[in-house]
Design a binder for this molecule. Structure first.
Ligand code: V07
Length: 254
């Protein structure tokens, strides 16, 4: 062992590792994967190239989440507002689920990852729906990480749909007004079967929610970084996990 010649070096390394151990793991991590376009511009590439790099980074981060035994990873891939982008960009984005799954679905199956989706599924192009539905079907019995993709998702429209659904049930006497409580609302969200996120990460320096999981983030810890999504690395993900456990420790000590 090379270190035994320099015991002081070994000591430094051991302490370093000990102090940085990640032991309190969030069960559910949500990520706003922002900055793909800015990453591309910085590299002198078209925006679409940023989306492609961002897509490949999804797989890298899924591997890290899996390694830490995070149970649910919810990723904001396409919002209800993103339809306003140039048609060419929207068309490209709608092909990404297929491109992603063509390359990575076999790995996800091997790694016991379960693919799920939240958002308005019906309004997606049929080729996009087909790719996603195939991945959901192929992984439905997997018991590892839930890779929960938010596609055509908006927090307000999710709550509008919940309101309509409850109002309908009140109208046909299935639900009494007194029975409307937080649990009833929660159960009707796209995420009704999932615990709320413990940690929200947003890349690319924007410090806002952009209509993501409005109800579900009520008690979530937030972590922001200036790094653009395609450059968001394992190391930085670990920094976010460190920060999360520090906050939990402080909370427990009060
Ligand atoms: C998208 C890459 C990540 C950065 C954010 C915007 C672009 C992966 C998917 C995906 C979707 C469904 C699925 C598996 C993977 C994806 C869109 C955009 C629309 F089942 N990345 N990614 N979908 N980007």
């Amino acid at each position: 062992m090379a270190f035994s010649k320099w015991p002081f070096l070994k000591k430094i390394k051991t302490n370093h590792e000990k102090n940085n151990q990640i032991t309190i793991i969030p069960e559910h991590v949500a990520i706003i994967m922002d900055g793909n376009g800015r990453w591309a511009r910085q590299q002198g590439l078209p925006r679409i190239a940023g989306h492609k790099q961002g897509m490949d980074n999804v797989k890298r981060i899924v591997e890290v989440a899996n390694a830490y035994q995070i149970k649910i990873l919810t990723l904001y891939a396409f919002s209800t507002e993103n339809w306003k982008r140039p048609e060419k960009e929207v068309n490209y984005l709608m092909k990404l689920p297929h491109d992603f799954l063509k390359v990575y679905l076999p790995d996800l199956i091997k790694e016991n990852v379960k693919v799920e989706m939240i958002g308005h599924f019906e309004q997606l192009p049929s080729h996009t729906k087909k790719s996603i539905q195939h991945a959901i079907d192929q992984t439905k019995n997997n018991t590892g990480l839930i890779l929960n993709i938010a596609m055509n998702y908006g927090g307000r429209s999710e709550l509008v749909e919940v309101a309509k659904s409850i109002a309908g049930d009140v109208q046909n006497n299935k639900v009494k007004i007194d029975q409307i409580d937080e649990k009833l609302i929660n159960d009707r969200l796209f995420t009704g079967h999932l615990p709320d996120p413990d940690l929200l990460i947003r890349t690319s320096g924007e410090i806002r929610l952009s209509n993501f999981l409005l109800w579900q983030l009520a008690y979530t810890e937030f972590w922001f970084t200036d790094t653009y999504w395609p450059s968001f690395s394992r190391h930085e993900f670990e920094e976010a996990l460190q920060a999360y456990q520090q906050r939990k420790r402080r909370f427990g000590g009060l």
